[in-house]
Design a protein around this ligand. Structure first.
Ligand SMILES: [Zn+2]
Ligand SMILES: [Zn+2]
Length: 364
């Protein structure tokens, strides 16, 4: 089968031909429906090396941590799963037996130091391939909802869901405000989820007009341009923003977050840009908090899947054939993608025409 493999630090992945995997005990073989190309893949192959990356992420392996598919085959001991049924793949893979893993928080596994990967496509073979094997515990059912468009939910959607859910106490009373800095894949999910899960006014900031327009259509108030800090404070009646989500994470975007956050507000830095912060008593509103975030829990992916199956979430999926996966990564590197590139390994002819257009889709 064809697959996109990452072989060495600071080296682009390549399309390779390898043996189709065989599901072991407690696993299924998944025929991949969609596999999202994520900015963190670009960080993996273009930015990270042995000095800055966690050792669990060391190559070589097949990329793809944002995967959906249909069950093709079941391994020994697997019962109760229907061949052909569609599922999302929870990518994080903890030890499976610590207290964090027991809560479905594999992302925060207590035994990560002794693990050899962080998950599928993150140290283990992922789903940027025709097929992949998945432990049954990591499958989240999609029912009749479109599995190809669902792929970005697995990381971009889940990351936004987790960050928004943890910030909800800050948005619980009336007259609250949230700000999303960066309206790419994760940002668009955050705008929609804040609308669905809170009564807050949602503000959005991005340098790209098309991304702003998309978010505005989803209810965000766009606050770009000059004197941004003053404008944002004005929109909040001078109070500042109760929950800021920084999907970029540069020193500049974190500084913007800090300049507009309310007393007792919360800043969640989601983006991987690695900006540093000047955080102290005299630079920060009273009792404001700053936190990071990493993906989400298995239980939350089930919750997000339910929202999608109810048709309450739109996914900006842009399909690419598996042969064009490297072009999709090139577009990510150039920053010319509006929406989320989804590699579709089966039925390539059907996606070729659509690849240049943004196909916004939602579940039936
Ligand atoms: Zn990712
Ligand atoms: Zn664990």
């Amino acid at each position: 089968m064809k697959a996109v493999r990452f072989d060495a630090w600071k080296t682009r992945p390549t399309l390779v031909d390898i043996e189709r995997p065989v599901p072991g005990p407690g696993e299924v073989l998944l025929k991949v429906a969609g596999s999202g190309a994520c900015h963190s893949d670009v960080a993996l192959y273009a930015v990270f090396d042995q000095d800055i990356a966690m050792p669990q992420l060391r190559p070589s392996y097949i990329l793809g941590h944002e995967v959906t598919g249909w069950i093709e085959e079941t391994g020994p001991g697997v019962v109760g799963l229907e061949i052909g049924s569609a599922h999302m793949v929870y990518a994080a893979r903890g030890c499976g037996h610590c207290a964090s893993c027991a809560r479905g928080e594999d992302t925060l596994c207590d035994n990560v130091a002794s693990m050899t990967s962080l998950g599928s496509g993150l140290g283990l073979d992922g789903g940027m391939a025709e097929y992949m094997t998945v432990p049954v515990r990591n499958l989240v059912p999609l029912g009749d909802a479109d599995p190809i468009a669902a792929a970005p939910l697995v990381d971009a959607g889940l990351t936004a869901y987790h960050a928004v859910k943890l910030a909800l106490p800050r948005l619980a009373s009336g007259g609250r405000t949230a700000l999303v800095i960066g309206l790419g894949g994760v940002g668009q999910f955050a705008v929609q989820l804040l609308g669905a899960m809170s009564s807050a006014t949602v503000l959005g900031v991005d340098l790209k007009d098309d991304a702003c327009a998309l978010a505005a259509g989803r209810g965000a108030v766009i606050v770009g341009g000059d004197a941004q800090t003053a404008r944002i404070r004005e929109v909040t009646g001078g109070r500042g923003v109760d929950a800021v989500f920084d999907m970029v994470g540069t020193a500049e975007t974190i500084a913007l977050a800090q300049s507009v956050v309310a007393v007792r507000g919360r800043i969640t830095v989601v983006g991987l840009a690695g900006g540093r912060v000047d955080w102290g008593f005299y630079t920060t509103p009273f009792e404001a908090e700053l936190t990071g975030t990493y993906m989400g829990t298995l239980g939350e992916l089930h919750e997000l899947g339910a929202l999608y199956r109810q048709g309450r979430l739109e996914v900006d999926a842009v399909p690419f054939a598996l042969e064009d996966a490297l072009d999709a990564y090139a577009r990510l590197e150039q920053g010319t993608m509006l929406g989320r590139a989804v590699i579709v390994p089966h039925g390539q002819a059907a996606v070729a025409d659509a690849a240049e257009e943004l196909a916004t889709v939602s579940a039936p």
